[in-house]
Design a protein around this ligand. Structure first.
Ligand SMILES: *Cc1c(COP(=O)(O)O)cnc(C)c1O
Length: 385
């Protein structure tokens, strides 16, 4: 009988796994072979070759990722940016125009602003909270709308249902970067998104030891994006496939722990007299709290905050904490702390940062799997130092 695979936790372990097991191996082996015996294929894209994204390590991941988000198909990529660029170059075609939420991930922003014009592509930024203003930005060549499930580093949640509806009404493709929510907290296909994109470097892998990406969504679009990626070359190496696959098996337990821990830390920070402001969608004080409650099963492991003492206090705090490691990136087992003005958002001008609400004293925390009591004790000592 076929194995019963329904819940997310069961899918993480069993969905897409080979039947029967290969050589009886309980864990998917690594197929470290660049090419495979020719079997009479008539299409280039069906030849079995690592760059063509069709080794056993790729296909298992594709099936598992699609199952996780209740979507039709999936594709892994050599990085989150490889996934984003392959998806957008496919969807926008020659001369296409994109509507993108303002305040997107820094690398994505730079792709739009620095690279798009060189390839005849264009973008207009829209306020994710103001769907009524989106229509005026549409042009005859607008092909897609692009949003993120939670913005970095203020954790704002755009009107995601409006983005799906707007795309349907205007014949656009709806795309969401779902990295921050992860499939545990949000599955975009269930809301009607055509494509969901992940930096697999973050929660999906979760162990801060590879760079990877994924595109999940409509089968016809994923197939076209795969052909583009076959040509652009940003495929994921089988050994990195194996690590991503291994990391994903614990995604649900990791993310649920991080949801719980981040909420506890956010609440603790919010009541502390040395803390001026905490940005976390799980807090009642967050401007998108109700929307986040409606859309998500959890609020994620990332939060940001500002101290009463401003920049100077932030620098001192970051020097005094002993558990978090000061580094960009997020979604791993270890707690990371960073000031976005010096890392993820250093490419923006100070004026643009100020307009976006990202002060120099803003601290971003990616909560790991350490004891939340230890983290809070560490923060208490660092705040009173
Ligand atoms: C990290 C990140 C990316 C880019 O992913 P890479 O794996 O670094 O290429 C894209 N979007 C978001 C939201 C990210 O956090």
């Amino acid at each position: 009988m076929a194995r019963l695979i329904k819940g997310l936790d069961t899918k993480l372990i069993h969905a897409g796994e080979p039947e029967p097991l290969i050589g009886g191996a309980v864990t998917m082996p690594i197929f470290q072979s660049s090419t495979y015996e020719y079997a009479g294929q008539t299409s280039y894209h069906d030849l079995r070759y690592i760059r063509l994204n069709n080794t056993p390590n790729h296909t298992v991941l594709h099936a598992k990722l699609a199952a996780l988000e209740n979507a039709e198909a999936a594709l892994v990529a050599g990085s989150g940016m490889a996934a984003i660029s392959a998806a957008l170059f496919t969807v926008l075609g020659g001369g296409g125009h994109l509507l993108a939420q303002d305040c997107v991930y820094g690398g994505t922003h730079d792709l739009f602003v620095d690279e798009f014009p060189r390839f005849g592509l264009s973008v207009d930024f829209i306020d994710g909270d103001e769907p009524a203003t989106w229509r005026e930005a549409i042009r005859p060549n607008t092909k897609a709308i692009y949003v993120e499930s939670m913005s970095n580093p203020l954790l704002q949640v755009s009107d995601l249902q409006a983005a799906v509806d707007f795309a349907a009404e205007n014949g656009l493709i709806s795309i969401i970067d779902n990295t921050f929510a992860s499939p545990i907290n949000f599955r975009p296909a269930e809301l009607g998104f055509d494509l969901s994109i992940h930096s697999g470097t973050k929660y999906l892998n979760g162990h801060t030891d590879i760079v990877a990406g994924a595109v999940i969504g409509r089968a016809d679009l994923v197939e076209s994006i795969k052909h583009t990626q076959n040509h652009l070359g940003g495929s994921l190496d089988p050994h990195a496939c194996f690590l991503l696959h291994r990391g994903m098996k614990t995604l649900a337990v990791r993310v649920r722990h991080q949801n719980e821990s981040a909420l506890k830390i956010a609440r603790w920070l919010e009541q502390h007299r040395a803390v001026a402001r905490v940005n976390y969608p799980g807090l009642e004080s967050h401007s998108n709290h109700l929307r986040a409650c409606e859309l998500f099963d959890g609020f994620g492991g990332v939060l940001s905050f500002e101290l009463e003492g401003g920049l100077e206090a932030a620098v001192g705090f970051m020097e005094r904490v002993t558990i978090p490691i000061s580094a960009p990136s997020l979604g791993g087992v270890e707690t990371l702390i960073t000031r976005p003005s010096t890392t993820s958002h250093s490419g923006m001008s100070a004026a643009d940062r100020a307009r976006a609400g990202i002060g120099d004293g803003l601290i971003r925390l990616s909560v790991g799997l350490e004891s939340s009591d230890d983290l809070i004790e560490d923060f208490e000592t660092a705040l009173s130092g």
